[in-house]
Ligand binder design. Sequence first.
Ligand code: GLY
Length: 568
Amino acid sequence: MKKYFIFFLLVVLQQSCKIPAEPKIYPSLSERGLVAEHAMVVSARKEASKIGLEIIKMGGNAFDAMVATEMALAVVYPYAGNLGGGGFMVYRLNTGETGALDYREKAPLRAHRDMFLDSLGNADPKKSRSGGLAVGVPGTVAGIFAVHEKFGSMSMERILAPVITLAKKGFIVTPNQAASLQRHRNSIIKANGENVLFAKEREPGDTFRNHALAATLVKLSTNGRNEFYSGETAEKLVKFLQEKGGIITMEDLAAYEVQWRDPVAFQYDDLRIISMSPPSSGGIVMGQIMKMIEPYPLHEYGHNSVKGIQVITEAERRAYADRSYYLGDPDFVEIPVKKLLSQEYLENRMDNFSFDHATSSSEISHGTIPGYESMETTHYSIVDTEGNAVSVTTTLNGAYGSKLYVEELGFFLNNEMDDFSAKPGVPNMFGLIGAEANAIEPGKRMLSSMTPTIVEKNGELFMVLGSPGGSTIITSVMQTILNVTEFNMGMQQAVSAPRFHHQWLPDEVRFEPNSFSEATLDSLRKKGYEVTVGESTILGKVDAILVLPNGKLEGGADPRGDDTAAGF
Ligand code: GLY
């Protein structure tokens, strides 16, 4: 009986989705994420999701859970979770009020425009990606304290207690984590020597304890935000950085401030999408792409069909070209946000698109052809028992950031300075090209692609999502939203579905491996698209929550990593 019912469901779904005849590699149509009634946390690690949820079970709200989850990720997922980095939060209260917090790193006061150029005036990526100069003034600790001060309902001591226990008692190293630690071990040793905690070889199943980080968290819990920005921790951090050739001073740390910002909001069909504003490019670029594709019937073209890929790719090409020219820190540069998101402007941008052949990126704007590198950041989504929602993306930039590890304090430092354009026209580690708007200036925030997002439908909370992935964050988040709204997928299915990416330059469409049919790829090649299918390329790692029609929450934890949903 069950078998017939599933068959019937497949037929109905197939018809309602108008899936074309060409075979597609879908995640199982029956794939469903964790469904919970009251509250949910989805993050890159089971331990962090559980701690966030425990805080909610103890009576805390989504913001208390944010603080706990953020710090738990610093313990259990040091690859991207951090005290030495920064991030962005978009929130929606159950009243419908929305807002955003910018706790992005800043350039030190002694930073200057040409600091990453060599003697010939060429950008030197080694300087902006590793060593002390690569480090931006960290914002994460200021971020969690700002969230706590504005919205917190539990004491910091209670929120941090389970995180401190986790750091002391340790967590189990997963196979993915052991592989990642092994992959980066030599660079970590090169940056810090043989005697640091992260120089030790780890096997899957090992218990990893970080007593130095536990001690730092105890100090933060007792002494508050200033411990990190003007206290003993600040002094140790500055001393460490100066030994490593950094230029961050006590004055830089004391001057660090978060910014509460208005998020970017736009309409896509019956959805209202609320996402991060500059200095992240996430909200604007996603808004541009979605407004450019809105007039096209993607649903009729079919999921990951040739026509669908073409429309999305061409909109991405045009939006990333604008990103590169217009976007930077709004406290330093004028950004024409209204114009960039206006219907008229975006309709004109797609004027020269044709289904017959690819537009060349050189027709959109000029640039050199850079390469791609890896991309490491982390995202978590939270909905509490009262319906408050929090969407947070946080980063050290590269894997384990600059690889500089402050042994005495127990955390890695970012290499976020690489997100500035070291020299206009020269790509950063994600192959993204920046212009004057994103040139280095003292105290300025570097442009980001982080896209923590909340979606409303009929004025109600509908989806909470975001992703790591450098330049591919924006397109991963967008495809996940489209999977739900255009292709009727559930949350887990939408997160698991294969993705593709284009970013203007390099002029290529990147596809996840073993997920797109050769017929689809060939058809795109024939139309002039440069198709790249990376062997082990994954695009984004989305952690999301969907409010189901019955009010329950479905988690989408990305199977590309150790990501896990916890709910009750
Ligand atoms: N460091 C990655 C980003 O901010 O987009």
